[in-house]
Design a binder for this molecule. Structure first.
Ligand code: MG
Length: 160
């Protein structure tokens, strides 16, 4: 069993959609980024790549590359799943915590978990997503951005 950790932050700005775990969440601000800036999926991808010893998302999907402009991060997650599978790694479980003052994310958590588990082809109960605030403190607390922490475990399928 191997463990991985991922962390990501994106700035909240006007004129962008707020997409978390592949869910388009109604809010007056959205996350700024080269892709759809899905901070949850980015943290999950970094955790998975880390667990497999495959570097980070910047290495595999550079933000200077025009082909990733505006891309759904769920598509990138599917690519990460492939990278792991090619090396014999299967996802054991994922646990992530989104750090956001607003909006309230509880109504969307189940759909985020479903989107991620479906994309990775794992049982729903292997993907856990949580959300917390920082009680008004720091960049997340003032609403300047949203952060996400994620951990995962993966195991290697052996042929013998
Ligand atoms: Mg990111």
């Amino acid at each position: 069993m191997r463990i991985g950790f991922g962390y990501d932050v994106h700035r909240l700005v006007a004129g962008r959609a707020l997409i978390l775990g592949g869910v388009n969440i109604p809010y007056e601000l959205g996350l700024l980024g080269h892709s759809d800036a899905d901070v949850l999926v980015h943290a999950v991808m970094d955790a998975l790549l880390g667990a497999a010893g495959l570097g980070d998302i910047g290495k595999h999907f550079p933000d200077a590359d025009e082909k990733y402009r505006g891309i759904s991060s769920m598509k990138l997650l599917a690519e990460v799943k492939k990278l792991l599978a090619e090396r014999g790694f299967l996802v054991n479980n994922i646990d992530a915590t989104i750090v956001a003052e607003k909006p309230k994310l509880a109504p969307y958590i189940l759909e985020m978990q479903e989107n991620i588990s479906l994309c990775l082809g794992v049982e729903k109960d292997l993907v856990n997503v949580k959300a917390t605030t920082t009680e008004g403190l720091g960049f997340a607390g003032t609403g300047q951005g949203i952060a996400c922490n994620a951990v995962c475990t993966v195991f290697k399928v052996t042929s013998d």
